[in-house]
Design a protein around this ligand. Sequence first.
Ligand code: MG
Length: 235
Amino acid sequence: MRRASKILAGIMRKLQRLIKVGISTAEIDQLARGLAEKENTIPAFKGYKGFPANICTSINAEIVHGIPGERVLKEGDIISLDFGINYEGFFSDTAITVAVGKIDSRLKKLIAVTKTALHCGIKEARVNNYLSDISYAIQNYVEKYGFSVVRQFVGHGIGRNLHEEPEVPNFGQPHQGPQLKSGMVLAIEPMVNMGTWESKIMDNGWTAVTLDGSASAHFEHTVAITEAGPEILTH
Ligand code: MG
């Protein structure tokens, strides 16, 4: 999983640099596929429960599971890239939200708060802590800024499958759920909205968007819990 994640982190860095005004999400999808295949890995989302693309590209009010297509990025957009790979039977999963050209300061804040919220959660991914200590740390940080945490989608265990138990919510009271043990690996992934936490699914049956049309950001790391503390595998 360390190796899978290192490869994935490298792919994500390359994709991040390619995000610019005028690129279409279909192009991003093909670039992601090409980069994954070059590293002898298999894009993990394609065909997962019927998902039609290699990568999720979620723009502005789209929270997660945006489907790449003809849509072209324009100045002032924000786009979340969520990508997972299978390397020799082991999975890794990561997401970032990126500005397209110049974005307004409130969007910058949303992105910064979501990224820091992920790291607040990761800090709690320690032996003998409880699962919901992660959840609580994320929610507590996000709500201080007047933003909201998505409830309908959560993080997850990861390993020989893309999605394993336990679910890792980004909200809730501390000291609940299973106690964390060395060797567990979790995909921690706060999704943060500028307005309401409520969401709905678009007509394509996949893409979640904010109910009020406000912007949403998403960051994710695959994190191993070790005796020495949390290890961010997709760093
Ligand atoms: Mg995930």
